[in-house]
Design a protein around this ligand. Structure first.
Ligand SMILES: Nc1ncnc2c1ncn2[C@@H]1O[C@H](COP(=O)(O)OP(=O)(O)OP(=O)(O)O)[C@@H](O)[C@H]1O
Length: 268
């Protein structure tokens, strides 16, 4: 049987006295688009930073495609493409140069580099704009460029932290269409964090609802909604399992605004 893309057991991480991730058990089947949902401060980013090996787990175990993250850090990193919330593209470089930089960072062999860079740019629909500096790109194009940067090393697991935050509806749809296309073409597993419930309902095969460091429910959006009753939305499910309205649980207003601006603004 294929190992799941991610298996976390009893995962915990704290910043001083702040427990960000409080005993998370999570299993992400290979090949799925999986949404980790929750309001600001729920612990989503911390969870994925531990999965990507950027933060150590204080307790618990994580496996990525069966590899123990604590013992096989470098091997795990080679399997993962990661688009963080913070801008990762350089505005003074062209789209093509940005993607080539990531290709070199990830040791894409020199003879394959040009072709892989072009393939990644083509996949996200940026080939025609590849030679313009990224500073001239719109917020949606920057997000797609960052997707190309993560795709150029052909990862088996693509992790996207709030890929559509701060984008207008057209740009959001375009980013999701590219994600779906990549998954369809490569069979890659995609782990996405978001607090847009409507996007998760539409695009994720499975979701985990996270609140105050814990996973409160997991399943397909349809299954979670059906369990609650006819006409229920994912927002209703969240309220039912946490006792909190999604907006009330959002204690990170200023961080949210900053994150949205960070992503949406043009690169300087
Ligand atoms: N570097 C840090 N130092 C101290 N506390 C932190 C740090 N990073 C996160 N936290 C705290 O850990 C908790 C979880 O934060 P985390 O960023 O993982 O949540 P999140 O669900 O990803 O939220 P957001 O959607 O705003 O990114 C919050 O209380 C946050 O303030």
């Amino acid at each position: 049987m294929t190992a799941p893309a991610v298996r976390c057991t009893g995962l915990r991480h704290a910043f001083g006295d702040t427990v960000a991730v409080d005993g998370v058990d999570l299993e992400i089947p290979a090949g799925q688009i999986f949404g980790l949902l929750g309001p600001n401060g729920a612990g989503k980013t911390t969870t994925i930073r531990v999965i990507t090996t950027l933060l150590p787990a204080k307790a618990g175990t994580i496996e990525v495609f069966g590899l123990d993250v604590a013992r096989r850090k470098m091997a795990v990193r080679r399997l993962i493409g990661y688009v963080p919330q913070q801008l990762s593209a350089d505005g003074s470089l062209s789209g093509r140069e940005n993607v080539a930089l990531f290709a070199r960072l990830f040791d894409v062999p020199r003879r394959e580099l040009k072709e892989q860079v072009d393939t990644a740019l083509s996949t996200v629909g940026l080939l025609d704009d590849a030679d313009r500096t990224a500073a001239t790109y719109s917020g949606g194009m920057i997000r797609r460029l960052e997707l190309a940067q993560a795709l150029v090393s052909a990862p088996r697991l693509l992790i996207l932290d709030e890929p559509t935050i701060g984008l207008d509806p057209v740009a959001r749809t375009s980013v999701w269409e590219r994600i779906e296309q990549v998954r369809a073409e490569t069979g890659m597993t995609v782990l996405v964090t978001t607090h847009y419930m409507d996007e998760a309902e539409q695009y994720c095969e499975q979701v985990a609802l996270m609140h105050r460091g814990r996973i409160r429910a997991q399943g397909s959006p349809a299954q979670l909604q059906a369990e609650l009753g006819p006409g229920a939305t994912l927002d209703d499910v969240f309220r039912a399992v946490t006792g909190d309205a999604f907006d009330d649980a959002d204690k990170g207003g200023m961080r949210n605004v900053r994150a949205a601006r960070r992503t949406a603004r043009r690169l300087g």
